[in-house]
Design a protein around this ligand. Structure first.
Ligand SMILES: Nc1ncnc2c1ncn2[C@@H]1O[C@H](COP(=O)(O)OP(=O)(O)OP(=O)(O)O)[C@@H](O)[C@H]1O
Length: 263
């Protein structure tokens, strides 16, 4: 179920379906994701979370409609304008191999491309945005190292910095915590809270349920459908979460946060 219609939406899906190979993996999804909120998307392996995120980001052919801040792709919004409004962090290791020879600084600077004129050199605003982003993920000290020489978690922090450097209104992240150690997971959550406090919208696919439950809202998926969309402190959201994981987990309140324990 989607939440009410009286809210400012950052992203909306109407009857969204997607087919991969010969298989339909998203089946007519209707969804309205609030602006200036952090929404987590959760569900079992193969539920369609990454596919939904890619379709919302405009990275995947689909049927139905996706609206970004009220504008449909069919409205012919120029790609560069869209790229300034929506930033994407894909699953770790997918599509990044070709960046291995690039220096960390240059990888983060790629996030500024939507702001730069064709073949123009980066300006002061670009350099400042990149430094802010690399410092916020504690990757600044590696700025002169090639991406390919970093560990999985270090690399993830650089790719997060690239996504932050866009300074977009909406950030879509697919498993952003992959490879991050607990302190950097906590840092990621702090970064997300700061972004949301600035009025930005964050949508993240997460397997780490306690982190996912720290979001404002949760979209619970199963078998290519959204089976629930609600706030993270709503008992109905916890019930939906337990249901899609076959009641193999249970949501508890511990030290003023929600956690999910195996049962
Ligand atoms: N290229 C493809 N061709 C056919 N089916 C695909 C293809 N890619 C993915 N799928 C299927 O689409 C479904 C949804 O995949 P998706 O990656 O969106 O799931 P997910 O919820 O993100 O899973 P996970 O938690 O394992 O990352 C899965 O059943 C998957 O096997």
């Amino acid at each position: 179920m989607s939440r009410g219609n009286d809210i400012a939406a950052a992203l909306e899906a109407h009857r969204l379906s997607a087919t991969l190979g010969a298989t339909e993996v998203l089946h007519g999804i209707d969804l309205k994701l609030r602006a200036a909120r952090w929404t987590s998307i959760v569900g079992p392996n193969g539920a369609g979370k990454s596919t939904l995120l890619k379709a919302l980001a405009g990275l995947l052919a689909h049927r139905g409609e996706v609206r970004l801040f009220g504008e449909a792709q069919q409205d012919k919004v120029p790609a560069r304008v869209r790229a300034r409004r929506l930033s994407w962090l894909g699953q770790s290791g997918t599509g990044e191999g070709s960046a291995d020879d690039l220096m960390v600084y240059d990888v983060a600077m790629l996030g500024r491309l939507p702001h730069q004129r064709w073949l123009a050199t980066p300006g002061v605003a670009d350099r400042e945005a990149v430094e802010r982003a690399l410092r916020s993920t504690q990757a600044w000290d590696w700025r002169d190292r090639p991406l390919g020489q970093l560990s999985g978690g270090e690399r993830q922090r650089v790719l997060l910095a690239r996504a932050l450097a866009v300074e977009a209104e909406a950030l879509l992240m697919d498993e952003p915590l992959a490879n991050l150690d607990p302190p950097h997971q906590a840092d990621w959550m702090q970064i997300v809270r700061t972004l949301v406090a600035e009025g930005r919208t964050v949508i993240s696919v997460l397997h780490e349920l306690p982190m996912a439950l720290a979001a404002d809202e949760m979209v619970v998926m199963d078998q290519g459908r959204v089976v629930h969309h609600g706030t993270c402190d709503d008992p109905a959201t916890h019930a939906a979460l337990e249901q899609v994981f076959d009641h193999r987990i249970r949501v508890h309140r511990v030290a003023e946060q929600w956690i999910a324990l195996p049962r």
